[in-house]
Design a protein around this ligand. Sequence first.
Ligand code: FES
Length: 260
Amino acid sequence: MAQAVPAAHRRGFLSTLRIDAWWIEPLLVAASLGIFFGWLTISIFLDQWAFEIGPYISPVYEPKLFEAKGSIFISPAMVVLLGPVPFRATCYYYRRAYYRSVFLSPPACAVGDIGKTYKGESGMPLIVQNAHRFFMYVALLFIPILWYGAIKSFWNSDDTIGDTGIGIGLGSVILCLNAFLLMMYTFSCHSLRHFVGGGLDCFSCTKWTQARKRAWDWATLWNMRHRAWAWSSLVVIVFTDVYIRLVANDVISDPNTWGF
Ligand code: FES
C-alpha cells in the first residue's frame, strides 16, 4: 500500500526533518547584522554628529579625508567604502551568514531553500564575491592606518581641550583594542591564508617556501577562529564609534590624564 509522503520529506521552502530550534541562529544573525552593519552605514554619513575629540577620532573616519561638510552624500568617511566595506561584505564567513539568515538560501543545514534552482556564485551579481581577494589587498592598507589612529590617541595636540601632550584615556585603550581586532580579522582571512601559503608544491624546498609555510601556519591558526574575529571586530568598531561620539558630544565623559 502506498504511503503518504510526510510534509517534511517534500522539497519546499523551510521543509525539514530537523526537530531542533534551527531557526534561532539565522534569526539572531539577521538581527545582529542589521543592527551592526546598519549603524556603521548610518555612521559613515552622520558627520554632523561629532566623531572626534582631542586625541580621539572614530575608526570609521580614519583616515579622515576632509573636514565634515554636512552633506548626506559626501562624508569624510567615504574612504572606508573602497576597502573595508566591500572586504567585509564579500568575506567568506559573512557570505555564509547572510545567505542563510537574510537570503534564506538555505536558512540552515537540511532546511528547504527559498530558491528553486542553485546557481552558486557563478553568475551576476554574486560572481562579484570572487573579488574578495582584491578587497583584501586594500584592507591590508587599513591596518597601519588604524594603528596610527590608535597610537595617535595617546597624544593630545588640541590645546582647546584639556592638557596637551602624551597621556592615556579609556578611549586610547578602546582604540587599540579596535585596531587589534580588525588586524586579526584581516590576518585570519581565508584569502590571506591562501595568499601566503597557497600554490606551492613543496613547503620545505627553499628558505622562501619555508618562511611561507611558517606564515601559513600562523594564518591557519588565526583562520580557525575567523568567525570569532569577524563578530568581535564588528561589535567593537561599532562600540568604539559610539563611545567616541558620546564623549565628543558631551553625553559621557572619558576618564583620561588630559582632564577633558
Ligand atoms: S574570508 Fe572573511 S575576511 Fe576574508
